[in-house]
Ligand binder design. Structure first.
Ligand SMILES: [Zn+2]
Length: 728
């Protein structure tokens, strides 16, 4: 997952920006608020994580918003005719202070969210939304942007400048700049209310992740769990003051391995229920009413803006362009994926029946909490591949070195650890690396925050603290990768699953997309691309984990230091398409519900999210042994912000590109082919949003991607008439 900054509407404008002195906003006698100061220290300045206190956020955000509004007014009221330089470039220069403050604010929101911070966040969310609207609804400003837009063809601007004009102009129009005053007021009220609802939604999910855990008191309750998971559960219990016991936290990284390995069907059911009921307990943290209101407000906003639905509004500036095209792709994959699930369940049921007969125990029917457990057993039986046998070779820190090596092979990037005394971090577990290009030139910093802790959202994601830019002098990027590995005992290597290793490479792909950026203007840099394209670089990078080069040198046994045996590697490769039915269906069910919810919603109809999920999945023929990867009441992608709303399909869309792009390497000299890697850097990783993604992809690949490579990757039969997702 990729976490964009919180405020989507008008984002291109809000997050333009280079350091700008903030002296005018601090009272002369008071101690300066560190959040408002230009970042100091090495590498063009670094975030002042060591000086930040939660109570500083509110005054800092308020001062930074006031400062940016002044800058915006100066641009809007300029007496000279509107030009690229005095309008579009000036917007890129505005809001530097706000960018810095909100960048640190977002790090706290996703990784340091305690009660005090959450109170600030709840208070500020609607104010930040109103602030965004104040900019996009500024009539004079929009007229100037529109004037530059009208003249863009006749001028001698660079292609990147023309693209920036288009991005700004469409951003304004899509945010309602052309509406009358009454409609603008209503739009702004909707945005503010939505901001509050998004904050409440994610705080509720976080509360259910923090407040619930399964505490195990007896060793016998751990039956089936491998030693590394036992150690992690013991450490988790200890950190909650339960020394001598074991705790299974209510997060994905604790839930998934427990469901895969625990022999205790009763406990599996408990853990499954607790995890998949997040946001749906009917208590103070229940999200159902919030979701109904979000859907109504989004539908109303779309109507105000002149769109058929929220989905139509969201998709318009994406690569897919329309919900219909996204649905077409999803539907083409859904049927073969469901058919594969039925085969997978039949294999599991046969194995469970044989087990029951052998042990003289009652027969069971595969339930959702059995899927991972029996899938693992089938994997062992069919491919003789034991995930447990793989994990001792997957040491977190070794794999991190492997990722660095891949970045070196593909793009010539080098990673060097930064002296912790020179770059402050938000929490002691966070580490920082400096990244340089093949000429040794500094290109950015990579922050790594790998461990779960209270107040940190679950899952894994990439974040961008500062965008790369060049137009007023070089500013290098700062990116972070975040995960939720259980820390374990001091000094012991952290062993992770194959899936987690794959996610690690995925997020690192986002980080490289940020680090490789080489553009003029910050609004267009790095990962600032359309949502259905942004997952392409990250999904592509997952492929390098399974290359023999990485496995031989970085998949080393934590005790013997020996590389993963060839025999085990062969098994991994043979099992690569295993369980694709489950993986595709649990994801696609969520993507379809997301799109259908946003197509069905109207301003005056209250949708019951639980009933909608149940009925829609039933109509789709959802296998009863699987639930959505993120059930509706915990679907942060689509309800914690607008970011992935009507956009969860993006992962599948991007995967059609990444599957096809990987074949480009295979058709050439393999995973490390220098010529293909150079095209990947030049046409995809370095260009940000300076070109249309479909054009960038075509330049890299020589043709548009179809669906065939995706179907081959997942081991599904190719449909007779395949939609071509990326053709215009
Ligand atoms: Zn991602």
């Amino acid at each position: 997952m990729f976490k964009a900054r919180h405020f989507a509407v008008g984002a291109a404008l809000l997050f333009a920006g280079a350091p700008l002195m903030a002296a005018s906003v601090t009272a002369p006698a008071a101690a300066p608020n560190p959040l408002l100061q230009p970042w100091t220290g090495p590498y063009g300045g670094v975030p002042p994580f060591d000086q930040v206190k939660v109570e500083q956020f509110k005054p800092a955000l308020e001062a930074a918003m006031a400062e940016e509004l002044k800058e915006i007014d100066a641009i809007a009221n300029n007496a000279a005719p509107a030009t690229f330089e005095n309008t579009i470039a000036a917007l890129e220069r505005a809001g530097r202070t706000f960018n810095r403050v909100s960048s640190v604010f977002n790090v706290f929101s996703s990784t340091m969210s305690d009660d005090a911070f959450q109170a600030v966040e709840r208070e500020m969310a609607p104010k930040l939304a109103a602030f965004g609207d104040q900019i996009t609804q500024n009539v004079k400003l929009f007229q100037r942007v529109a004037a530059v837009y009208e003249k863009r063809g006749a001028s001698d601007l660079t292609p990147e400048q023309k693209r920036l004009i288009w991005v700004d102009y469409t951003g304004f129009v899509r945010a309602g700049a052309q509406l009358d005053a009454k409609a603008k007021d209503r739009l702004s009220a909707i945005n503010q209310r939505l901001a509050t609802l998004f904050t409440n939604f994610s705080q509720n999910v976080l509360a259910d992740e923090t407040d619930y855990k399964l505490v195990l008191e007896k060793e016998g309750d751990l039956a089936g769990l491998p030693p590394s998971l036992r150690a992690g559960a013991a450490a988790a219990a200890e950190s909650h003051g339960l020394k001598g016991e074991w705790a299974i936290l209510n997060t994905r990284s604790s839930m998934e391995p427990f469901l895969t390995y625990s022999d205790r069907r009763d406990l599996r059911e408990k853990v499954w229920n607790t995890y998949y009921s997040r946001g749906n307990h009917g208590d103070a943290h229940d999200n159902k009413a919030i979701i109904s209101e979000i859907l109504q407000l989004r539908a109303e906003r779309a109507q105000l803006l002149g769109y058929k639905s929220h989905a139509h509004w969201r998709l318009e500036d994406q690569m897919a362009k329309t919900p219909e095209r996204a649905m077409e792709l999803m539907e083409a994959v859904w049927k073969p994926a469901v058919a594969r699930v039925h085969e997978e369940v039949a294999d599991m049921q046969a194995l469970a029946d044989a087990e029951a007969a052998k042990n003289g125990t009652p027969k069971i029917t595969i339930e959702p909490w059995d899927y991972r457990y029996y899938a693992e057993k089938v994997r062992k039986a069919k491919y003789d591949l034991d995930q447990n046998a793989v994990m001792p070779y997957l040491q977190l820190e070794k794999l991190r070195e492997g990722m660095f090596w891949v970045a070196g092979q593909l793009f010539g990037f080098q990673f060097r650890p930064v002296d912790p005394k020179t770059v402050p971090v938000v929490q002691a577990d966070v580490r920082v690396w400096e990244v340089t290009d093949p000429t040794g030139k500094h290109i950015g910093l990579w922050f790594f925050d790998p461990y779960a802790r209270p107040g940190k959202g679950s899952g894994a994601w990439m974040n961008q603290y500062r965008n790369q830019e060049r137009f007023d002098g070089a500013v290098t990027t700062i990116v972070s990768n975040n995960a939720n590995f259980v820390k374990g005992k001091p000094g012991e290597p952290i062993l992770i699953s194959w899936d987690d290793a794959s996610t690690l490479f995925h997020e690192f792909g986002h980080a490289l997309h940020g680090l490789a950026s080489s553009v003029q203007y910050p609004t267009l840099s790095g990962t600032s691309v359309s949502r259905d394209y942004v997952e392409f670089p990250s999904q592509l990078l997952e492929h390098w984990l399974s290359t023999p080069e990485v496995l031989n040198h970085y998949a080393l046994h934590y005790q013997t230091g020996k590389p993963i045996p060839q025999e085990l590697m062969d098994k991994i490769e043979r099992a690569a398409k295993f369980n694709q039915g489950f993986i595709t269906v649990e994801y696609l069910a969520g993507a379809l519900i997301d799109m259908k919810l946003h197509l069905a919603a109207t301003p005056d109809k209250k949708i019951d999210p639980a009933a909608f999920e149940r009925d829609t999945l039933q109509a789709l023929g959802m296998p009863k042994e699987i639930v959505m990867r993120h059930r509706t009441t915990q679907f942060g992608h689509i309800f914690a912000g607008d970011g992935y709303s009507a956009g969860y399909y993006s992962y599948l869309w991007s995967d059609t590109l990444s599957a096809d792009a990987w074949e480009a390497f295979q058709e050439a000299g393999g995973a490390y082919d220098k010529a293909v890697a150079k095209r990947l850097l030049d046409d995809v990783f370095s260009v940000g949003n300076t070109i249309d993604p479909a054009d960038g992809y075509r330049a890299f690949r020589g043709h548009d991607p179809g669906i065939d490579a995706l179907m081959r990757k997942r081991g599904f039969p190719a449909p007779a008439s395949a939609p071509a997702p990326a053709s215009k």
